[in-house]
Design a protein around this ligand. Structure first.
Ligand SMILES: Cc1cc2nc3c(=O)[nH]c(=O)nc-3n(C[C@H](O)[C@H](O)[C@H](O)COP(=O)(O)OP(=O)(O)OC[C@H]3O[C@@H](n4cnc5c(N)ncnc54)[C@H](O)[C@@H]3O)c2cc1C
Length: 306
């Protein structure tokens, strides 16, 4: 219930204006977001890569409404990829993009062509792009776009969400050679007609999807902080005779950092998803919805004027 309310708030531009202008404690945003500009992203990548982790950088923004905004998001990624290359941070660092930030909601063709430009810059920088998945109304067009991008850039990553009833079938389709697939639980408020509502069902679906991806020929990217699911993935890697370089774990910046380091020290590949930029509202609200206990911390910071 609380999760649905917070996720509904994530879509409210009025609340966004209020929150963005409120004296939010820097610490709340800082916990999940690396900073506001390319230099912050580079500095954080450097720290993580030097400590043995991999990185996927996300320039924050979604639901772009104008061509100018979409093109300026493209420009940020081009600037970022060129700097990553210069700094020698690739291929350990890749980028994640949201098609809605590139104009998917008002012009699918535009979002695809801007994504192609980002993939070209990523290939020049010797790294890859993963296309984030947003709410279920965009699943088909996003997977379709990933299919088109993969024709030229085979390393383009897809994202599948275990809370969607369709995802097991999508996993079967995507568990093919060279296919990079990030499997997550899913972060949006979705109706019962398309998504499991109960945590246990979402987790069970996640396990079925892990089985499909790990037994297939692709490259699974298991994006979860859930300790039980991490253990199951490790178990399935043994079961399907997969070496630690044939799959990776992914976690969000600021969430379970000790576990990220523990897994890396145990020899697994761990990639940290690092958001940066000033459009942090939607991202932060989804993190609060995942763990309503964080809400109290957030509300206190709104009051404290720090
Ligand atoms: C690398 C990465 C990329 C992602 N990309 C997408 C995407 O493209 N589309 C999409 O819909 N979703 C995406 N997500 C979000 C994902 O769908 C989940 O909402 C999120 O990962 C929480 O689910 P969980 O598997 O960690 O399990 P949960 O059951 O939510 O959490 C398990 C445990 O992790 C810890 N934890 C989880 N969330 C938090 C938090 N916010 N704060 C503090 N502790 C927490 C807690 O200890 C919790 O008990 C991504 C997640 C990751 C890690």
């Amino acid at each position: 219930m609380l999760r649905s309310i917070i996720l509904a708030a994530a879509r409210s531009s009025r609340l966004e204006r209020l929150t963005a202008t409120a004296p939010v404690s820097r610490n709340v945003v800082k916990r999940y977001v690396a900073g506001t500009d390319t230099n912050d992203a580079l500095r954080t990548s450097r720290e993580l890569v030097d400590s043995g982790l991999k990185v996927s950088l996300d320039y924050l923004g979604e639901d772009t409404l104008t061509t100018d905004q979409a093109e300026s998001t493209r420009d940020e990624y081009l600037k970022l990829l060129s700097a990553l290359k210069t700094e020698g941070l690739t291929p350990a660092t890749e980028v994640s993009i949201k098609l809605s930030a590139l104009g998917q909601r008002f012009d699918e063709e535009l979002s695809l062509s801007l994504a192609e430009e980002i993939c070209t810059a990523a290939a020049d920088a010797d790294t890859t792009v993963t296309v984030d998945m947003e709410d279920h109304t965009t699943t088909d067009i996003t997977l379709d776009a990933v299919g088109k991008l993969r024709q030229r850039f085979s390393g383009t990553g897809a994202v599948l969400q275990s809370y969607l009833r369709r995802t097991e079938a999508d996993c079967r389709e995507f568990a093919v050679k060279n296919s990079r697939v990030r499997l997550c639980k899913g972060a949006y408020a979705e109706p019962e007609s398309v998504a499991y509502q109960n945590r246990l069902e979402v987790d069970r679906s996640y396990v079925r999807c892990v089985n499909t991806l790990m037994s297939g020929e692709g490259y699974p990217m298991l994006a979860t902080h859930d300790p039980r699911l991490v253990e199951i993935a490790i178990d399935r890697a043994k079961w399907y005779d997969r070496g630690p370089h044939s799959f990776e774990f992914q976690m969000l910046y600021g969430i379970r950092p000790d576990e990220q380091r523990r897994l890396a020290e145990a020899g697994y590949q761990v990639r940290v998803y690092v958001p940066f930029g000033d459009q942090w509202y939607g991202y932060l609200m989804r993190r609060l919805a995942e763990r309503p206990a964080n809400l109290r911390f957030f509300m206190q910071s709104l009051k404290s004027r720090k």
